[in-house]
Structure formats: structure tokens, C-alpha cells
Design a protein around this ligand. Structure first.
Ligand code: PFF
Length: 450
């Protein structure tokens, strides 16, 4: 059988680390803190945890099960499980999302990469100086393009080496480093004088800051941070064996991702509050506020370097999963060799990432209701494509394929935790309806600027 020749993870831990590596990324260290800062701290965290349980867990189990059942890329998965139907278009949406998401993800990862070297030279004092430094960097051409290129070359290199020799080896090496660096930065942050206020911001909810937009942000964050809604987890699940335990692995992946998001909050907010900066700075929180924090903090230079190394590592282990979605499709369906697929797809994604860079300088006039070019890519991927893909995956699993099939596949190889029929109403109604309502409302609000 052709399926027998498909590469499989070398160990159980290999899969869990790879999926956790995909999940833990800019979404945890960059997006989670600023979204939390904008939407009332603990209130956002509380709503996010509800979304993780009701939406994240069932969909994580579903995507892994779909992948293992079909042993294919996302398009192949739908073609295999629902032949001669248009469902493969959902897989197609996932592959396109992979192109869009990785193109700007790599640009932001490139900023992080360049900030490793900037921290070496020390950050200027004061928020205004930090702002100018960031604006000067992103509105340049050569540097952002160069770092975007370097990041894509590394990502392509890992994917070219294969599932076990590339992805698994890299995540096994980097995930522990990431955890250690993060703990080191947390330690520095919570031991600063005045850090307590930041800790209570993260854990004491202020529901008055919750608006309708908070819900869109919560849903978008859930999909983005757990790598759901575009088939990355389907693809990683396709390299699993029947002996692997899907319900428990899903708990471990989601647990690791959520823990790392909270720890990132603990690395950032205590320091931001201790030094009197604004937690609601928005997307600039990590690139503007934090450097200003590092500039004033004892040993800030060293912790700045450590922080941006960890941010870059987190982004890399996610970027490889994004590239793998498209590469797996090209290998499965077009029969290309892995290296050629990785290089070609990586090259195209590099080019798609150029407009967002130019949008900060020569194309700064090119704006939409969502903002500049990078904001627009992010809005399309994060607020439209991922939720739409997630809702459609849920409808497919709950109605077209039938949740019984998901339960059966998920429970093969399951030991302690088993999936019950309780997933049926979640997959059929709760997830699609809540996600689509919030998504449509969010799009309406963004377009009308309310
Ligand atoms: N989960 C990644 C993060 O939190 O940064 C982003 C991501 C990776 C989203 C892979 C989607 C995906 F398929």
C-alpha cells in the first residue's frame, strides 16, 4: 500500500514536541501578551481558556484524527475521506492560508531575528527612542528583506531534511532551549521591584474591558496559537502511527501551548508594570515596549538577547509546520521530491512576503480597512481564513464524515483518556455556529470601523 511508505515520527515525544512547537510561536510570545494587554488582562485569559476547552480541544483531536485516518496532506485528506465532493476545497483553503500566513509570519520573525543583534548593541532608553528604533527598522528595505530571507532559508533547510531528520530533530533540540530561556526571562521580570502589579493584571480579571471585539480576538487567538483551522495539525497527524494516543497527546499539546502563553505573559507584564509602561501598547508591545524595558532593567542587555533568541526559536518551530502543509501537498499530489518542493514553495512564500515589508515604506499609501499590507494579510489569515477553515473542518467532521468516525479514529491507541460522544454537539453546532457568528461580526465591525 502506498501509505506504508509515508514517513512517520520517530517517537511519541517527537510528534508531541513537533505539534507543540507548531503551536508555540509568535502567537504565544508576541500576540497573546498584546491581545491580553488590550482586552483587560485576566478577562481575556479567562475567555480564552473557555475557548480552548470548547473549541480548541475538540478541533485538535479532530485534525489529528483526520490526518492519521487519511495519511495525507489537507487537500488529499478531504479527497480521500469524501471522494468526489467539493470538500477538498477546505483543504485547498488551508494550503492557501499556509502561503499567506507564513509570508508575513516570516517577516515578523525576521524582525525578531534582527533584534537579537540589536540587543547586543544595547537598546536606547525611553519609549520614544524605542519606537523610533522600531519604526526605522521596519521602514527600511534591505534589512527587513534580508532577515525575512534568512528566516525563510532556515525554514526551507529544516523542511528539506524531512519529517524525522529535519522537523523532529530541530524541535527536540530547540523546544527545551526555548523553555529554559523563557523561565530565565520570567525570573528576571518577576523579581523586579513593582512586578506584582503586572502579575495581578494577568490573573485578576477586569470584565469592563471586554467588548464585542474581545470575542473575535479570543477566537482568532485560539485558532492561531493552536495552529488550527488550516490543516497544519492534519499534516502532522498524517505522520502518526495507529499506536499513538491522540486524546492524551492533544491535552499535552494544548497544555504546553497554554502554559507557554501564560509564562510569556509572566515574562512581559511584570517588567512592563514595574517600569511604568503601558500594557495596552498593541502589536508593538514586544518590539517597542520590551526593548524600552530592557534598556532600564539591570542586566537588560543580556535578557534582551535571550528574549529575542527565544522569540525567533518559537517562530521557527511554527514556521516549519506552516511550510510543511504546502510542501506535503506538493509531494503527495504532484510527486515532487521534498527538496525541490521545499525550495520552490519557500521561494514563492518569500516573494509573497515582500509587499508587507514594502507596506512600511514605499507602499505605505496602500492601505485597506484592516490597516497596511501586513495588517491586511494578518486580518485575512487570522480573522477570516483560520476561523473559516476551522468552522468548515468542524462541519465536515460533525456532519459529512460523522463524529462517530472521529471518535473511533481518536480512540485507536488511546490509553487513559478516551473521546466520548460529547464531541458530536460541539463539532456539529457549538463550534461552527459560535465561530462563524463571531467571525462575521468581526469582519463587519472591522469594515465599518466601529
Ligand atoms: N501557532 C503558531 C503561533 O502561535 O505562532 C502560528 C501558526 C502555526 C498558525 C501553524 C497556524 C499554523 F498552521
Amino acid at each position: 500500500m502506498e501509505n506504508n511508505s509515508r514517513e512517520q515520527w520517530g517517537s511519541k515525544l517527537g510528534f508531541v514536541l513537533a505539534a507543540a512547537g507548531s503551536a508555540v510561536g509568535l502567537g504565544n510570545v508576541w500576540r497573546f501578551p498584546f491581545a491580553t494587554g488590550e482586552h483587560g488582562g485576566a478577562a481575556f485569559l479567562f475567555l480564552y481558556l473557555i475557548a480552548v476547552v470548547l473549541i480548541g480541544y475538540p478541533l485538535m483531536v479532530t485534525e489529528i484524527s483526520l490526518g492519521r485516518k487519511s495519511r495525507k496532506n489537507p487537500i488529499g485528506t478531504y479527497k480521500n475521506l469524501a471522494p468526489d465532493t467539493p470538500w477538498w476545497l477546505v483543504g485547498g483553503l488551508g494550503v492557501i492560508t499556509g502561503f499567506v500566513l507564513l509570508s508575513y509570519y516570516s517577516v515578523i520573525a525576521g524582525w525578531s531575528l534582527s533584534y537579537i543583534f540589536r540587543s547586543l548593541g544595547g537598546f536606547p532608553e525611553g519609549i520614544d527612542a524605542a519606537n523610533i528604533m522600531f519604526e526605522t527598522h521596519i521602514s527600511g528595505l534591505l534589512e527587513p528583506i534580508l532577515y525575512h530571507l534568512i528566516f525563510m532559508v532556515i525554514t526551507v533547510g529544516v523542511i528539506s531534511a524531512g519529517v524525522v531528520k529535519g522537523i523532529q530533530k530541530v524541535v527536540e533540540m530547540l523546544m527545551p532551549v526555548l523553555a529554559i530561556l523563557l523561565v530565565a526571562v520570567v525570573f528576571r521580570s518577576v523579581t523586579l521591584e513593582g512586578a506584582r502589579e503586572g502579575i495581578s493584571f494577568l490573573f485578576r480579571p477586569d470584565f469592563s474591558a471586554v467588548t464585542a471585539k474581545t470575542f473575535l480576538s479570543v477566537i482568532g487567538q485560539s485558532f492561531f496559537t493552536l495552529s488550527l483551522g488550516m490543516g497544519a495539525i492534519i499534516t502532522y497527524g498524517s505522520y502518526l502511527s495507529n499506536k499513538d494516543d491522540i486524546p492524551t497527546s492533544s491535552i499535552q499539546i494544548i497544555g504546553a501551548d497554554t502554559l507557554l502563553a501564560i509564562i510569556s505573559g509572566l515574562a512581559i507584564f511584570p517588567a512592563v508594570f514595574a517600569l511604568g509602561f503601558d500594557p495596552g501598547e498593541g502589536p508593538g508591545l514586544v518590539f517597542v515596549t520590551l526593548p524600552a524595558v530592557f534598556a532600564e532593567m539591570p542586566l537588560g542587555g543580556i535578557f534582551g538577547v535571550l528574549f529575542f533568541i527565544l522569540l525567533t526559536i518559537a517562530a521557527l518551530t511554527s514556521a516549519i509546520s506552516l511550510l510543511e502543509v504546502v510542501v506535503a501537498y506538493v509531494i503527495d499530489e504532484k510527486n515532487w521530491p521534498r527538496e525541490k518542493a521545499a525550495l520552490t514553495v519557500g521561494g514563492v512564500i518569500f516573494l509573497i512576503g515582500l509587499p508587507p515589508i514594502l507596506g512600511y515604506s514605499v507602499w505605505s499609501e496602500a492601505t485597506t480597512f484592516a490597516g497596511n499590507i501586513l495588517d491586511t494579510y494578518d486580518f485575512i489569515a487570522n480573522s477570516v481564513m483560520l476561523p473559516l477553515g476551522g468552522a468548515l473542518t468542524s462541519i465536515f467532521a460533525g456532519h459529512a464524515l460523522g463524529s462517530k468516525n472521529i471518535v473511533e479514529e481518536a480512540n485507536k491507541g488511546a490509553t487513559s483518556v478516551k473521546i466520548g460522544n460529547w464531541v458530536a454537539p460541539l463539532l456539529r453546532y457549538v463550534i461552527p455556529i459560535s465561530v462563524l457568528v463571531v467571525m462575521l461580526f468581526g469582519i463587519y465591525q472591522t469594515i465599518t470601523g466601529e
